[in-house]
Structures are given as C-alpha cells and as structure tokens.
Design a protein around this ligand. Structure first.
Ligand SMILES: [Zn+2]
Length: 244
C-alpha cells in the first residue's frame, strides 16, 4: 500500500540527511577531494574537524548563526539551501509516485539534478558519478513503466545527436552535457525527449536573458550551464505523459 501520510515525514528526513551528504559531494567532487579521506567534515576556512553537533542538517546552521564554531568564518548559505531543497524534492517525489521503484528512481533523478546543478553553475562541470546515478534512475523508471527498450534507444539517439552538436559547436556544448542528457534520456521516449530538450532550451534562454539584464558584463564567451535545465526539462516531460 502506498501511504503518503506515513511516507511524507520519512522522505523529508531522508532528504535532509541526503542533502547534508550532497553538500559534501558539491564541495569535494569538483576539488577532487576524496569522499572518505578526510572521513569527517571540516571547516573549509580553518580546516578544523567538525563535531556531530555542527553537522545536523539546517539546525546547526541556525544554532551557529551561520558561522564556524572554531574560527567564526561565515558558512555558505548554500549548505542549508541544499538540505532544504533536497528534503522538499524527496517529499515532492512521494506525491509524484505510486510505488517504491518510481520513488527511488525519482530520488535518483532529483539528486543527480541538485548535485549537478550546484556544481555546474560554479565549475561548468558534470561529475561522472552523477551521470551514473541518473542513468541508474532512468533504467529503474523505464523498466517499471514497461518502456526500457524504447528508452535505451532514446538514450542512444540523444547521446548521438548531442555528441554531434558537441563536435559541431566546437565544445560550445560540453561533453558533460552529452553524457548527462544520454543518462536523462533513459527516463524518456523519443517524443518526451524532444519535449524535455525544448523545455530545457526555453528555460536556459530565459535564464540567459535574466542574467544579461542583471550583470551587464556578459559577452559571447559567457557560458550558461545546460545540465540543470536538462534535468528540469526531463522531470517536467516525464509527467506530461508522452508515451511515444
Ligand atoms: Zn572554521
């Protein structure tokens, strides 16, 4: 039985804990710091190892008033934001799914999107581990919706077309986007993949226009990370129910 009243608080707590872990990924993956060494989290300013009470999602940030307990350096607001966003995404997925396999697949899609989004905006980089998590979610989803074979075909096509754009645009579209959309397309079918790219392109364009008005120093070399928009496009497209 799919009891959303029981699942909602559990999903929120899992989301907060996973969000805390995603903060570690967002900090360490682009800096090539191992996830197991150092094992414990540390302050990026004074390098002091953090105690368990400094690591409670959201609550620690509020209790410490956004400052490191040891050196007083400000803690980035990104930490509680990622934790809250992950919790809300995990909660939302409970209402978007009807069974545990769909829920886990959506959590993988949303997790990949959040971590990729945070890293891509800062570093213009999509970690391979997030491509793998997303692909795993896609296989689960399309298998559970009886279109795994069609989705593998869609992914191969999407990868091929994006790879061509990557070559022709001379790296205007990064290889990370090619791999990431190949993975996302495992959730999709040919028509829903087209819709996902359309939504991604329109939202990226709107974002570019918004950035242009906000910061005047934008030129042709300014790059917009496409990965997060592809994730949003895929998520919306899944629920528009194009099954071809
Ligand atoms: Zn510190």
């Amino acid at each position: 039985m799919w009891n959303r009243v029981i699942l909602a608080p559990i999903a929120t707590i899992i989301g907060l804990v996973m969000g805390s872990f995603y903060n570690v990924l967002i900090y360490r993956l682009p800096r090539k710091i191992s996830l197991v060494n150092p094992k414990r989290s540390f302050c990026p300013t004074c390098n002091h190892t953090l105690a368990w009470k400094d690591n409670i999602p959201v609550l620690s940030y509020i209790l410490l008033k956004g400052k490191c307990r040891y050196c007083g350096a400000p803690i980035s607001i990104r930490y509680p934001i990622v934790e809250v966003l992950t919790a809300l995404s995990f909660l939302m997925a409970v209402y978007l799914s009807n069974n545990i396999i769909d829920l886990v697949a959506l959590w993988m899609l949303l997790s990949g999107g959040l971590v990729t989004g945070a890293i891509d905006f800062e570093y213009m980089l999509i970690p391979d581990s997030m491509v793998i998590v997303t692909a795993g979610g896609g296989v689960l989803w399309s298998w559970n919706h009886n279109h795994l074979f069609l989705s593998i075909l869609t992914a191969a096509l999407a990868f091929g077309i994006f790879f061509l754009i990557h070559i022709l645009s001379r790296n205007g579209m990064g290889f990370g986007d090619v791999e990431y959309f190949g993975a996302l397309a495992l959730f999709l079918t040919p028509l829903s993949a087209v819709v996902a790219v359309l939504i991604a392109s329109i939202s990226a364009l709107l974002f570019a226009i918004f950035t242009l008005f906000k910061h005047k120093k934008v030129n042709r070399k300014t790059r917009i990370p496409f990965g997060p928009f592809l994730a949003i496009g895929t998520l919306i497209s899944i629920f528009l129910n194009f099954h071809v």
